[in-house]
Design a protein around this ligand. Structure first.
Ligand code: ATP
Length: 365
């Protein structure tokens, strides 16, 4: 096992900079997830660690060893890809043992290790099958097994679950987590799926346009995102972003006044007449009883229901601010079922309000 340290790693493809300023250190045994939208540079970082790409500049250490110039096969890392590429003519057991066989490990030891790995992945009853006789999830587990059997110092996983259907994906995700708890191998996992990132990671690295946006444990990134990109990326349904103009009493949100408590005002020191983006998560919006004109106070927003999605335990509501294109996601209990066209009065939990600079995306509150 080993820690992995990246110091100011940059990778350019001709004149396109895929990643830059990439600096972090993953302690031995931790599970880190690289997450971000398509093209943000996740795979390039992973492939650089694997030795499949060469850094244009910067230093990469695995353990105490500087590995920039060490070929992939000597780095003692194992990588599992999205398209798991098993050898079709080999059985499950041969596939799992293949890496060991290439290293001319003793046959008995190979057999033993294949058996142990197969057991931990619930593949032991499938050892004689060929890949085409397996389901997608089983094939992916064989690919994981092949990587685990090599007992690498570092495990690199590039979107390993993205070819699986939803149920299988959930199950395999939980298995992966358990496996990591058992084996404790330093793992770096790439995904654009924020649920995978939140559930698997000891630490998440959020990337955008080749640069690190934030590094932290899932809960603290969710509760305290560094900027609007991170805030919008982590969370499902995503955080609502409401363009607003600051007035003396509060925020003008598409013609509705949202008054804010004095303490929040003090913290913000915003300038009147300036534009801001307000952020509020769907679970921090509540529906008031049907409003009468008198009851509507100024810390509420009136919206019109567009779409209602009952999910059993909860209901997701998409609702628009009248006279604007802004649509809010609201997450309420499963027993709440408004109808499209209904007008609702919403109460925002203003203690959970985020404020962003709309130009830079930086978080102000
Ligand atoms: P995805 O989630 O879509 O796989 P990603 O976050 O893994 O994306 P990368 O594959 O690392 O992103 O790509 C980062 C950037 O580098 C992209 O703009 C991509 O077009 C560019 N890039 C990657 N590989 C090459 C290459 N071999 N030649 C030129 N540009 C490349």
């Amino acid at each position: 096992m080993a820690n992995v340290r990246l110091e100011d790693i940059k990778r350019k493809f001709n004149n396109v900079t895929a990643i830059e300023d990439i600096t972090f250190e993953i302690p031995d045994g931790e599970f880190w997830v690289l997450v971000g939208p398509s093209g943000c540079g996740k795979s390039t970082i992973l492939r650089t660690i694997a030795g499949l790409e060469t850094a244009t500049s910067g230093k990469l250490f695995i353990g105490d060893r500087l590995v920039n110039n060490i070929p992939a096969r000597q780095r003692d890392v194992a990588m599992v890809f999205q398209n798991y590429a098993l050898y079709p003519h080999m059985s499950v057991s041969q596939n799992i043992g293949f890496g060991l066989q290439m290293r001319q490990v003793d046959r008995k030891i190979i057999q033993e290790r294949v058996m142990n790995v197969a057991r931990s992945l619930s593949l032991d009853h499938l050892l004689d099958r060929k890949p085409k006789q397996l389901s997608g999830g089983q094939q992916q587990r064989v690919a994981l097994g092949r990587a685990i059997a090599r007992e690498p110092q570092v495990f690199l996983l590039d979107e390993p679950l993205s070819n699986l259907d939803a149920q299988l994906r959930d199950d395999t995700r939980a298995e992966l987590k358990q496996l990591h708890q058992e084996l404790g191998i330093t793992t770096i996992y790439v995904t654009h799926d924020q649920v995978e990132a939140m559930t698997l990671a000891d630490k998440i690295v959020v990337l955008n346009r080749g640069r690190i946006q934030q590094i932290g444990d899932p809960q603290s990134i969710y509760a305290s995102p560094a900027n609007q990109m991170v805030a919008s990326f982590l969370g499902s349904p995503p955080m609502n972003i409401l363009p607003a103009i600051y007035e003396s009493n509060g925020f003008d949100v598409s013609g509705q006044l949202l008054t804010i408590p004095a303490v929040v005002k003090e913290k913000l020191q915003l300038r009147q007449g300036h534009s801001y983006d307000l952020g509020i998560r769907p679970e921090h919006i509540f529906i008031n009883e049907p409003p009468t004109r008198q009851e509507v106070n100024e810390s509420q927003l009136i919206v019109e229901v567009k779409v209602v999605e009952p999910l059993g335990r909860e209901t997701l509501i998409r609702a628009g601010l009248p006279g604007s294109a802004v649509v809010l996601n609201i997450q309420v209990g499963g027993d709440v079922r408004p109808r499209p066209g209904d007008r609702l009065s919403l109460q925002l939990d203003l203690n959970q309000l985020f404020v962003f600079n709309p130009k830079t995306g930086d978080r102000i509150l």
